[in-house]
Design a protein around this ligand. Sequence first.
Ligand code: ZN
Length: 224
Amino acid sequence: MGNYHHIVNGRASDLPLGKVVCVGRNYAAHAKELNNPVPTEPVLFIKPSTSLVKLEEPLAIPSHLGECHFEAEMSILIGQSLSNCNHEQASEAIAGIGLALDLTLRELQQELKEKGLPWEKAKSFDGSCPVSGFVPISQGTNLQDQQILLLQNQQIKQNGNTEDMITSVLALLSYISQFFTLLPGDIVLTGTPAGVGPLKPGDQLSLSLSDSIHCITEVGSSAG
Ligand code: ZN
């Protein structure tokens, strides 16, 4: 992965790899497909920097812990420190947007949920957050109109739009910053649209975020 985030368009980035703050159930249709209630407040969890790998490289998924699901999500790269921020401050701090997979050991997560335990083992393991490079946003970028597309072996599995988020990007950054200071180099994952499913070795994945990000990757042999 290297030590710094990658900005598409050739600009060098001096943003170090930080933590990843994620939101669960930010699309109603996805909450429903997993039989979860639609939350009244964002459900947050964190992946450490050791979860980060490049999306373009073959994915190493654990083989002995049950099904590992893909969840394609729009990612936000943070460029300035945010604490108790408002929407305007949040907007100014966005260094770029990209795509990420929130890899999830679904059976283990289900087990942990039933016991009322934290999800980290199912969500935050090494390699659980493959990320693309980031494209800087401009005046014309509408964060709430980005198409997220994931094909597994040429079949469309996820095809959602960020307009369907329950909590919008700026509201989410503001909410997160009430609990966790976001530092330059941190990433926020904004939730997955419906259509998640299990991965198996040899799967080919093709992902895109509107016209700005296109990635092809595959599931490699297991990480053991
Ligand atoms: Zn997710």
